[in-house]
Design a protein around this ligand. Structure first.
Ligand code: FAD
Length: 600
């Protein structure tokens, strides 16, 4: 039997009790779904995790992909699993019904993806990228492109990629150089290089479909001149599939997530790489943002999934490892106690639990906003779209940055064994490290949050968020023992408003460098408060349940543990906002200077 890598009870608590996924079933878009189907899918996802994914976690880390003569070979077990993903409908889970998809809510899809990635995070990019690139074709592609590629992508016969990064264009995509030259038949000849392309090539699919950004000859400089193309590995010519002059010239040897190769793709070396335009010329980056925003939340899910797998290993170990005696025990002849009885080990475990359950709640909140922004209309729709936009950089960053700290604590619980390859912890620590880098580094997400999202729509997004948090604190105040936490959260939100106003003064003066210099710290401040909101929200649900339904046994323990962990967040993590706010309003500027001697 596979080891525990997530808590099914917690996932269902968040999905149904905290975020009320069933509420979505009232909308026509999801009316064909019911709770029984959702539960069945969650159970099946776990079976797939237990049988196809978790057992190969270590060997996929050990047996790395290889590149030879322009072809990449990956772990043999990825093939059967991906086939199962296609045949089981997991690749088209949120595709429209009329495209043969399941049209399931994103909040449910996020739960599957969490289970799969907690079981084995490294091979999930094959699924995430195929779904994301198919969604892009679905949203913006011509009928011809849809007919040619989507059925095979959904069936798991083709996989997809996103090809953005170039050797000189990583965070700054406006500098990309790959070119597209129009041909008489309406297609384009593509030339250039892309680096770090995940799942750029492998042996387990009939074709690899690259969603690739390039500049049409003569297009404007910067982001306004970028177009989106479908560039298949093989294209049809005279009824036969022939190579399309896009090859994986090499792969990068990575620190973690080894099962998914990061490929260096070269296009058009023989001047024979054909690409098909998606949508309008020069709108490529706008289209790609759909995939990037979805992928950003999915990377948040990756962070929390890995942290979850690490936590359950650490919890098991802490309950089984005897070492030392309790601090009040003076008798050296007494048998050693289990390490879970040491307050510092409990603190490390509580930190992990608080980060994991807080992060998961946050990504599901975002997923629900995504669903609501596709089901509601008018002002309501605008509200959910703005909230999703505002919280996306946080949902990408917090589960990954704090996830790294969480996995580090899990490894620490193992002591010396955590550093050895006898256990999975060292792998989790390596695997999770990428999550704060790809899909926009933490630096870039922080600029996005403070520089764009906080001020977007004349500050309306922030007003909506404040009213969402306000609704939670109002409800929390109806319970005597939650009142102090509700008051604390109100105070935090107010102080964050002061910090934001302080920083905006610099933006108003046109000093963007000063405005954004500490955006990373602002992200931290914003995240700790946002996750505090998610914890209070969970505590309200738990409190209500304890009062109204008087649960017993393991259910009583479950709800009480929610209150305990909420308190951990407010007593251990929330006070850190004070230091962050102090720094963010500090007049001393240390990072804006041309003096390189300071690093001497
Ligand atoms: C394993 C892996 C898989 C990947 N998969 C894909 C993929 O499938 N498709 C794809 O297109 N790309 C992929 N990438 C690329 C990834 O998205 C980029 O590595 C990432 O966006 C950062 O770009 P860069 O590596 O060029 O770093 P740089 O942009 O050079 O950044 C270096 C450092 O400078 C900071 N920095 C840069 N600009 C600024 C700024 N304006 N303000 C403040 N700080 C800044 C960054 O935050 C970072 O800390 C992958 C990368 C890896 C390692």
């Amino acid at each position: 039997m596979a080891k525990q890598y997530y808590s099914s009870r917690n996932l269902k608590f968040l999905l149904y009790e905290t975020h009320d996924a069933e509420e979505l079933l009232q909308y026509e878009r999801f009316a064909h779904m019911d709770k029984e189907t959702m539960d069945m899918m969650l159970d099946t996802a776990q079976q797939i995790g237990d049988t196809h994914l978790y057992p190969h976690l270590k060997s996929m880390d050990h047996d790395e992909p290889e590149a030879k003569n322009g072809a990449v070979t990956v772990h043999p077990k990825i093939g059967p699993w991906f086939k199962e993903m296609g045949e089981g409908g997991w690749l088209s889970v949120n595709a429209p019904l009329d495209s043969g998809g399941m049209q399931a809510p994103t909040i449910l899809e996020s739960c599957f993806s969490f289970i799969f990635q907690a079981a084995n995070n490294g091979c999930y990019p094959f699924v995430g990228l195929t779904k994301g690139s198919a969604n892009l074709i679905e949203s913006f592609g011509s009928q011809e492109l849809k007919d040619e590629f989507l059925p095979k992508m959904y069936a798991g016969k083709y996989t997809g990629t996103m090809c953005l990064t170039e050797p000189d264009a990583g965070s700054s995509l406006s500098d990309m150089k790959s070119s597209a030259t129009p041909q008489n038949d309406g297609s384009y000849k593509i030339k250039g290089q892309k680096i770090f392309i995940t799942a750029g090539d492998h042996q387990h699919a009939d074709n690899v479909i690259h969603l690739l950004l390039a500049r049409i000859d003569g297009a404007p400089a910067g982001t306004k001149g970028i177009s989106l193309f479908v560039v298949p590995k093989l294209r049809e010519e005279d009824g036969k599939m022939v190579p399309n002059d896009i090859i994986a010239a090499s792969i990068f040897h990575k620190m973690g997530q080894k099962s998914a190769p990061a490929c260096h793709m070269v296009m058009g070396e023989k001047d024979n790489c054909v690409g098909y335009l998606v949508g309008q010329p020069n709108k490529g980056l706008t289209y790609m943002f759909q995939m990037m925003n979805e992928a950003r939340i999915m990377v948040g899910v990756t962070g929390v999934s890995i942290a979850s797998a690490a936590y359950y290993s650490a919890l098991e170990y802490a309950n089984e490892r005897p070492q030392g005696r309790r601090l009040n025990e003076k008798d050296p002849l007494k048998p050693p106690t289990m390490i879970i009885n040491h307050p510092d080990v409990k603190r490390m475990l509580l930190m992990q639990k608080a980060v994991i359950e807080g992060s998961l709640s946050l990504v599901l909140e975002c997923a629900k906003y995504h669903d609501l922004s596709h089901t509601t209309t008018g002002d309501e729709q605008n509200k959910y779209a703005l909230l999703l936009d505002l919280l996306t950089p946080i949902a990408k960053t917090f589960p990954c940055e704090y996830g790294i700290a969480s996995v580090s604590n899990a490894l620490q619980v193992f002591g010396g064994y955590g550093y050895t390859t006898d256990f999975e912890l060292e792998q989790f620590y390596r695997d999770i490290r990428i999550t704060t880098i790809y899909e926009g580094t933490t630096g870039i997400q922080s600029l996005d949050l403070l520089g764009r999202k906080v001020t977007q729509a004349n500050g309306k997004s922030i007003q909506y968020l404040r009213s969402m948090i306000g609704a939670t604190t109002e409800e929390a105040k109806t319970y005597e023992d939650l009142k102090r936490y509700a008051d604390q959260l109100d105070t935090e939100v107010q102080r964050m408003g002061q910090v934001t106003s302080h920083l905006l003064q610099f933006a108003l003066k046109g000093d963007n460098e000063r405005f954004l210099a500490d955006a990373n710290l602002y992200m931290d401040l914003f995240s700790i408060i946002t996750v505090g909101w998610q914890w209070l929200k969970q505590a309200v649900v738990a409190k209500r349940e304890l009062i109204t339904n008087n649960p017993q046994g393991s259910e009583l323990d479950f709800y009480e543990s929610k209150l305990h962990t909420m308190k951990y967040w407010f007593h251990y993590e929330m006070p850190k906002t004070q230091g962050l706010a102090t720094r963010l309003m500090d007049d001393e500027v240390l990072t804006i200077t041309d003096k390189t001697e300071i690093f001497a």
